[in-house]
Write a protein that binds this ligand. Structure first.
Ligand code: SF4
Ligand code: SF4
Length: 173
């Protein structure tokens, strides 16, 4: 008889203990994210792939195509092609990274003399080939400018030297 009542009490205690845990979590803030419909805010320490800093004073990037980042990158995954838009100013015509090789070491960000690079908050990345991992920083900047309602930085054309042949398919002037 004693055992019978003891079992009832133990069962009742277990029920209360379980309900206490349920009630505790019921009133706590929800931490579950409805991925992929809901986007997470990443911590400031998070390192996504690199991207250009959008300078709000000038409305564009700060890259001067010096290629310091490309030279220091231990994985040699950065391709920068600069073009002079006037005798004193050089800007990137192409800036792409092959993100699949990036170790997120941060050397490119640290070494940039104009602080033109930062780590993005991008975490929703997937692809089926290596080409899907190639990130075009100029294209990303243009998309960012469009979202912010700013003038889009055009991709500068390469200046040709006098007498140099025009690329195939270009109408001769
Ligand atoms: S991102 Fe910085 S280091 Fe890299 S080419 Fe541009 S200015 Fe130079
Ligand atoms: S974080 Fe490191 S590995 Fe990645 S692009 Fe920059 S220098 Fe290269």
């Amino acid at each position: 008889m004693v055992t019978y009542f003891k079992e009832i009490l133990t069962g009742f205690y277990s029920l209360l203990a379980g309900m206490a845990v349920t009630i505790k979590y019921f009133v706590k803030p929800i931490v579950t994210v409805q991925y992929p419909r809901q986007k997470l805010s990443m911590s400031p320490a998070y390192r996504g792939h690199t991207e250009f800093v959008l300078d709000l004073e000038t409305g564009t990037h700060r890259c001067i195509a010096c290629e310091m980042c490309a030279r220091i990158c231990p994985s040699q995954l950065i391709t920068v092609e600069g073009v002079k838009i006037d005798p004193k100013k050089k800007v990137p015509r192409k800036y792409v990274i092959e993100y699949q090789y990036c170790s997120l070491c941060g050397l490119c960000v640290e070494s940039c003399p104009t602080k033109a690079l930062k780590f993005s908050e991008e975490y929703r990345l997937a692809g089926f080939s290596r080409e899907d991992c190639v990130v075009d920083l100029l294209a990303r900047l243009q998309a960012q400018q469009q979202r912010a309602g700013l003038a889009v930085t055009p991709r500068p054309e390469a200046r040709r030297e006098e007498g140099e042949a025009k690329p195939e398919g270009e109408v001769k002037g």
